[in-house]
Design a protein around this ligand. Structure first.
Ligand code: DX5
Ligand code: ZN
Length: 245
């Protein structure tokens, strides 16, 4: 199934002294979701912001808050992020021994559940939790910092996860080093949800944000795999040759 492209700007690249205004600006500039990177200085070597900051900016927009938790342990904090206004809560497969439990906890809080994989983590990490997932996030940099270069090694993983997802209603999100120059390749590999920090906030004003978002979206739309091709691949895998036309 080919889904519409979602652009989720990471506010890690915003001017934190004007965070509310920056979120309003990317909302008006055409952002679909708002990507919130939470870092603890333990699971990743950087500290960003927590649930209180997310709660404070929640009233600025009605867009989906796509909260990426780079923290360990994560389970004790899920409720706080749910109450702060997260809509999608994504945890790292590497952040603890009980991924299945974390995903159940997110859904029991009434939120969409995501899992993120670091560059060295294979796609097999999600094999037994597929039915608990609303989103898979493939890290295309090592998590912890914005502004890093996209790791081409992850394109193959994106393709494999696209195939594993099949027709399930699970979004495939890519995060790290995404730009207008690689968005087509990312979408062609099967991603339908693109996070971008530096590439969206480059320029520093609302007009730049709008042109940055539309350039990334246009590239992704142009690169994405046609629906027919996806359904054919899926049909071949399931032996339903009659569906191919
Ligand atoms: C990295 C974060 C990313 C980051 C993306 O750990 O998860 O969301 O902010 O920033 P860019 O697009 O600049 O790589
Ligand atoms: Zn992120």
């Amino acid at each position: 199934m080919t889904r519409n492209i979602i652009i989720s700007p990471s506010i890690l690249a915003a001017d934190f002294s004007r965070l509310g205004e920056e979120i309003a600006a990317i909302d008006a500039a055409g952002a679909d979701w708002i990507h919130c990177d939470v870092m603890d200085g333990h699971f990743v070597p950087n500290i960003s912001y927590g649930a209180d900051v997310i709660k404070a900016v929640r009233p600025v927009t009605s867009k989906i808050f796509d909260v990426h938790l780079m923290i360990a342990p994560v389970d004790p904090y899920l409720e706080a992020f749910a109450k702060a206004g997260a809509d999608v809560i994504t945890v790292h497969a590497e952040a603890g021994p009980h991924l299945d439990r974390s995903l159940q906890a997110i859904r029991s809080l009434g939120k969409k559940a995501g899992v993120s994989l670091c560059p060295a983590t294979p796609e097999s990490a999600i094999e037994y939790v597929l039915d608990r997932l609303d989103l898979v996030l493939v890290m295309t940099v090592n998590p912890g910092f914005g502004g890093q270069s996209f790791l081409d090694s992850q394109l193959d993983k994106i393709r494999r996860i696209r195939s594993v997802i099949g027709d399930r209603p699970i979004r495939l999100e890519v995060d790290g080093g995404v730009t207008r120059d690689n968005a087509a390749a990312v979408a062609a590999a099967g991603a339908d949800t693109l996070v971008a920090g530096s590439a969206v906030f480059r320029g520093g004003n609302s007009a730049d944000y709008a042109s940055n978002i539309s350039a990334i979206r246009a590239a992704a739309e142009a690169g994405r795999v046609p629906e027919l091709q996806h359904s054919s691949v899926q049909s071949l895998r399931t032996g339903e040759a009659a569906r191919i036309r």
